[in-house]
Design a protein around this ligand. Structure first.
Ligand code: FAD
Length: 402
């Protein structure tokens, strides 16, 4: 009998727990450790922050899902690993410390925003790293919208996260225009490099920029933030950008406590170093995947921190780890990038395909963006449940007012 303990029920961990739970022998155990009670699809956190997220249809309860899919949910936060004893140290919701034994440990705790030690960022910015942070952002935005007058929101980082958040807020703002008491939002999207979506092809950045301007979003390129104050930010050129609410969405890193945890190797972003098999470089019984792992693909190329990469690594590890438990060798994870889709509001998205050779945009591509979430739902809950959720959502959109 083997016990697989997976830490983190996000894009990677939940898929792995679901596939493994359904496929391992009944004497084997799959345990999913996550401090949350419900799973949220992280690429939709900006919708929670903007108040447009559907809590009923788009979340999943780990406890009941685990019962149907062959894994057990253990509610708690991982704090340490005792490698000698093969034990995970967990902080339970009541504050007590517990120890969970494992034969194989998989770490998939995701990443948090990287504030690059910018003075004041931690104190005065909102982050979209957890459902709780996203919900508390919505509370602040909601009260700002109700406060009337001209208001401003600063968003640092024009990567996918910052851009999707800016567009979602602009949409909410436009929807409230007929209400004379609602605040009018000025949204400043601040980027240190010379274009939005700096890691995407130039043409994609250009198309995204045009769309953002159409949404009246004030895009500030070549603008590096030196410090953040309570009511604004100061750039490296000494310019002050005032705002009522400020978000930080520039770059990611694994949390500081993960660095060298249990004596494992990690990189400068605190990500755990793994081999191409996803086994950690120093311990063959510990694996890592998703945003918290540095996964090599040969010649200095690493797997990017994307939902799609997290999903694919999970599907791969589920098969490879099942094989290992049946006496086979682990197999290397070879990542083939399927392109990138960035949503700008509810009716428009831009995507790259065919190794960035093809750039597509428009309403149909926006449906493709939703497909990535639906494929995740299919992997974790099956095609029937996914179809039922799509139908329920469509009906809700028709019969329920916005
Ligand atoms: C607003 C936003 C928009 C995004 N848009 C896109 C996009 O368009 N396309 C794209 O590819 N990617 C996008 N991303 C990035 C994408 O969400 C991540 O790459 C992906 O979710 C990483 O998956 P993961 O499984 O590694 O981590 P996550 O999905 O973040 O899951 C981590 C899980 O670990 C749990 N956890 C954390 N710490 C602990 C602990 N100590 N103990 C136990 N459990 C723990 C968390 O509760 C969570 O359930 C976006 C991210 C954000 C925030």
């Amino acid at each position: 009998m083997s016990r697989v303990v997976i830490v983190g029920g996000g894009a990677a961990g939940l898929e792995l727990a679901s596939i493994l739970g359904r496929s391992v022998n009944c004497q084997d155990e799959v345990i999913l450790v996550d401090g949350e009670t419900h799973h949220y699809w992280k690429p939709r956190f900006h919708e929670i922050a903007a108040g447009t997220f559907d809590n009923d249809l788009d979340t999943l309860c780990y406890f009941s899902h685990g019962a149907k899919n062959g894994y057990m949910h253990y509610q708690g936060w991982m704090t340490d690993i005792k490698r000698e004893e093969k034990q995970l140290v967990v902080s339970k919701p009541n504050g007590e410390t517990d120890f969970v034994n494992y034969d194989y440990l998989v770490i998939a705790i995701g990443a948090i925003s990287n504030d690059f030690a910018t003075p004041g960022a931690l104190e005065h910015c909102l982050f979209l790293d957890s459902p709780e942070q996203a919900r508390s952002s919505w509370l602040q935005i909601s009260s700002l919208l109700r406060s009337g007058h001209q208001r401003a929101i600063n968003i640092v980082g024009a990567g996918a996260t910052g851009l999707e958040l800016a567009a979602e807020l602009a949409k909410v703002n436009a929807g409230l225009e007929p209400n004379p008491h609602a605040a009018k939002l000025k949204i400043n999207l601040i980027e240190a490099t010379d274009r939005v979506l700096p890691n995407s092809p130039l043409k994609m950045s250009h198309q995204a920029q045009l769309m953002l301007e159409k949404y009246n979003i004030n895009v500030m390129l070549n603008t590096r933030i030196a410090s953040v104050e309570q009511q604004g930010m100061t750039t490296s050129d000494g310019l002050t950008i005032s705002a009522d609410i400020q978000f930080w969405a520039a770059g990611i890193k694994a949390p500081n406590w993960l660095k060298n945890i249990g004596g494992l190797e990690s990189n400068s972003f605190n990500q755990l170093m793994v081999q191409q098999t996803l086994a950690s470089t120093l311990d063959p019984n510990i694996f890592a995947l998703g945003d918290c792992a540095a996964i090599p693909q040969g010649e200095g190329v690493m797997v990017p921190p994307k939902a799609q990469a997290a999903n694919r690594a999970a599907v791969h590890l589920a098969k490879s780890l099942t094989g290992l438990m049946r006496g086979k060798q682990l197999t290397p994870f070879i990542y083939k990038d399927g392109g990138m889709v960035v949503a700008i509001g509810h009716n428009f998205a831009i995507s790259t395909m065919m190794n960035d050779k093809l750039i597509l945009k428009g309403r149909v591509i926006r449906r493709l963006y939703d497909t990535i979430f639906r494929l995740h739902q299919k992997t974790v809950s099956g095609v029937l449940t996914m179809s039922r959720l799509i139908i329920a959502k469509r009906l809700k959109c028709i019969f329920q007012p916005n």
